[in-house]
Ligand binder design. Structure first.
Ligand SMILES: *Cc1c(COP(=O)(O)O)cnc(C)c1O
Length: 424
């Protein structure tokens, strides 16, 4: 059974200061999880996790991970800016971007970030932009086809816009070496949200074999292999969670079988996990404000898809706990909806829940990654606050809620701005 990390009593206290809806994050869970990740890869001397900033771009949360030696995986100008402002620079930043604008390459280079190229044409593009090829450089690999483990398909890299083909990896390494690159990395992200202990070990096997060939054929000095993101979380109550120790062991076995005999036993393993680091440790807390009995039974809440887009765009399942009713039978079938003028604005469809009454608080689970971050402003809806539930039980606001002033800020060049009623 999935349990919320907050109780009804805690939320009733919190809403006296911070009205719903809001995202709340569990500091204790984040710390325990990152510790377990580090232990699972402790066998590799150079191991480092570069947290995928896009998943949860909040400096307070990233700072927690910093205490465990994590760097930042950035993919845009503003993600680089927030990392830099936190004092994360140099080789603590992995810049894994695609379709990259020139000024973003330039800023990444200025910060001394490791640049992970998405395409062979970006070699020239980068050289023209910054005037040279950095000594340390990484290339993103995409073998095409399907990614499968034990005959079951996990994802479809052949349909993904990212990365170099196999031939391009060899050609790219040769070109980069001729242009002065000295330390090489290999990166690949071939399946997303894998709830399987087999994904990383299988990916590692493929990348390690490629690394050995690349070294033999191009003479490149490969210093790291980046397994990127993709370790998933159990969104559904009957999903079996990944075991990070088994995953770490699986990668170690492949490392010892393939890299060590090839004289590559110094290669560092990097990861760029996002969802796995934060996903389970966030809830969207929202209050039931309407009930509607028409062709279906509806519960209307004060959050909407602006606060959590995944159900609307992917049909993703997010578990819901009606706080204070954890032990009541789930005997009522509801669509749980937000207020957008979009029929896909539903957090759950035909979901069995305890009887929901107006005023009840609902915890929508697993919003700690790709939750708040994906938010938008459709219907002029404002983004919520983010709160941190600290280990001592206290609550800190780590991002305030948007106000109409934030929403209209880009009108400040127009007459209309001064006519807006900000008292509304
Ligand atoms: C999104 C992304 C990640 C993180 O993915 P998760 O599924 O959150 O682990 C890592 N690396 C790159 C390049 C990404 O685009």
């Amino acid at each position: 059974m999935k349990k919320a990390f907050v109780t009804k009593e805690q939320i009733e206290e919190i809403v006296k200061t911070y009205p719903t809806p809001f995202h709340i994050y569990d500091e204790k869970g984040i710390r325990e999880n990152v510790k377990a990740l580090k232990e699972a890869f402790a066998w590799n001397r150079g191991y480092k996790e570069f947290f995928a900033v896009k998943a949860t771009p909040n400096p307070y949360l990233i700072q927690i991970l910093r205490e465990y030696g994590c760097g930042c995986d950035c993919s845009s100008l503003t993600e680089l800016m927030v990392s830099s402002a936190m004092g994360v620079t140099g080789e603590d930043i992995m810049f894994s971007s695609n379709d990259t604008p020139a000024h973003e390459f330039a800023y990444a280079e200025k910060l001394g970030a490791i640049i992970n190229l998405d395409d062979i044409t970006h070699i020239d593009f980068l050289e023209k932009t910054i005037g040279y090829i950095p000594k340390t450089i990484s290339c993103r690999f995409n073998p095409g086809g399907y990614f499968s483990v034990a005959n079951s398909i996990m994802d479809n890299p052949g349909d993904a816009k990212y990365g170099f083909t196999t031939e391009q990896m060899f050609e790219g390494f040769r070109i980069l070496k001729n242009k002065g690159a000295e330390n090489f990395g290999i990166h690949a992200f071939l399946a997303s949200n894998t709830v399987s202990n087999e994904y990383y070990p299988e990916l590692a096997r493929q990348l390690f074999e490629l690394a050995v060939k690349l070294k033999e054929e191009t003479g490149a000095n490969i210093t790291f292999i980046n397994l990127s993101g993709g370790i998933g979380i159990p969104y559904k109550p009957d999903d079996v969670p990944n075991d990070i120790r088994i995953i770490g062991e699986g990668v170690r076995k492949a490392y010892e079988k393939i890299l060590v005999p090839a004289g590559m036993g110094e290669v560092a393993i990097y990861t760029e996990l996002g969802r796995y680091m934060m996903g389970p440790f966030g809830h969207l807390i929202t209050q039931a404000i309407h009930e509607k009995h028409t062709h279906k039974e509806y519960i209307g809440v004060d959050a909407c898809a602006v606060n959590l887009m995944r159900p609307a765009i992917y049909g993703a399942y997010h578990h819901i706990t009606v706080l204070g009713k954890e032990n009541e039978p789930c005997a009522y079938k509801y669509d749980v909806t937000g207020s957008l003028c979009e029929n896909n604005d539903k957090f759950a469809i035909d979901r069995m829940l305890p009887k929901v009454e107006i005023g009840d608080y609902l915890a929508i689970h697993d919003t700690g990654a790709h939750g708040f971050a994906m938010g938008y402003n459709y219907n002029g809806k404002l983004k919520s606050a983010e709160l941190l539930l600290k280990e001592d039980g206290s609550v800190q606001m780590i991002r305030r809620a948007e106000t109409p002033k934030d929403y209209f800020a880009t009108f400040d060049c127009l007459d209309i701005y001064n006519k807006l009623d900000f008292e509304a």
